[in-house]
Design a protein around this ligand. Structure first.
Ligand SMILES: Nc1ncnc2c1ncn2[C@@H]1O[C@H](COP(=O)(O)OP(=O)(O)OP(=O)(O)O)[C@@H](O)[C@H]1O
Ligand SMILES: [Mg+2]
Length: 272
């Protein structure tokens, strides 16, 4: 199962959720591959790697899939890193922005070159992931903000997407943009893509603001989309995790946010 974390709004907990959902699924005995699909390399860094030092990243795989598809298996073998958390990782750094630019050129040219019609710039990541799907129970893709084509590629390769939303004033304003992109991908590239749910993050049970965001997200979207049962609690321990290169389960296993990520994983395990 391939799951993308998507929201074009920044700082809503996409990377944190990719890592901790992955770790919770790993703890449940599942084989998990994390993919850093953001040139910022935050997921790569949060797992203890220095993005700029990584020589084999998602960028290599995207470029190989475009230019040397026959070499892709060799590149894949080299690009998969083993993390201390026990999950596998395909890292990212700034070079992913170059790969995104290459995809953009491909997108512009594909409308002129009939012969390239079967090499769609929106489905390159699917080509990259295809050989990996049989090796993992879950492949989790952390999307960035800037390069829309990278996110479209992730959604084209996914079975499900999860939309993290910060439990904060106006934070749910980003949801319509995500829904529009998901619909476009469903229609053009990937009819099996489904929205697993909207996930409220950085939730504080006492502030009235969080409660009202939770209620309004439920009221506006609850009829059409699943809203995950338990919001992810706000905790400074979660924010400290990336510097330690650990998941919340290794850093502070009894923290409430660890319980909420376990609850999310239970819901994900029930997805068909
Ligand atoms: N439950 C939480 N409690 C406290 N801090 C959190 C929580 N979840 C995320 N954070 C912190 O909020 C910040 C943003 O989170 P994160 O990087 O996961 O968001 P993002 O959506 O991936 O951001 P970007 O759009 O930049 O990729 C980070 O500093 C992270 O440590
Ligand atoms: Mg991020």
């Amino acid at each position: 199962m391939v799951i993308s974390l998507t929201n074009q709004k920044g700082g809503v907990g996409k990377t944190t959720t990719a890592l901790n959902l992955g770790a919770a699924l790993h703890a449940a005995g599942k084989k998990v591959l994390l993919i850093d699909n953001d040139p910022q390399g935050n997921l790569t860094a949060a797992l203890g790697f220095t993005p700029a030092e990584q020589k084999r990243t998602l960028a290599n795989l995207v470029l190989a899939a475009i230019d040397y598809p026959e070499d892709l298996p060799v590149h894949l073998q080299r690009a998969v890193l083993l993390t201390e958390c026990g999950m596998d990782l395909i890292a990212a750094n700034k070079r992913l922005a170059d790969a995104a630019a290459r995809l953009q050129v491909m997108q512009l040219s594909q409308y002129n070159a009939a012969g390239e019609a079967n090499r769609s710039s929106e489905e390159v990541m699917n080509t990259v992931l295809e050989p990996l799907k049989g090796q993992y129970d879950y492949i989790i893709i952390d999307c960035g903000l800037k390069h829309e084509l990278l996110t479209v590629n992730a959604l084209s390769a996914s079975d499900y997407c999860i939309i993290p939303v910060q439990s904060h004033f106006l934070a749910s304003e980003g949801i319509p943009d995500v829904l529009e992109m998901v619909r476009a991908v469903q229609q053009k590239f990937n009819s099996r893509l489904q929205i697993a749910g909207i996930l409220l993050t950085m939730y504080q049970s006492r502030p009235q603001l969080c409660r009202s965001v939770r209620e309004s997200v439920g009221a506006v979207y609850g009829d059409d989309f699943h809203v995950f049962e338990r919001p992810i609690e706000y905790s400074i321990k979660v924010a400290e995790c990336p510097a330690a290169g650990k998941s919340i389960f290794d850093y502070a296993p009894s923290n409430a946010a660890a319980d909420s990520y376990r609850s999310l994983a239970q819901e994900v395990l029930r997805l068909a």
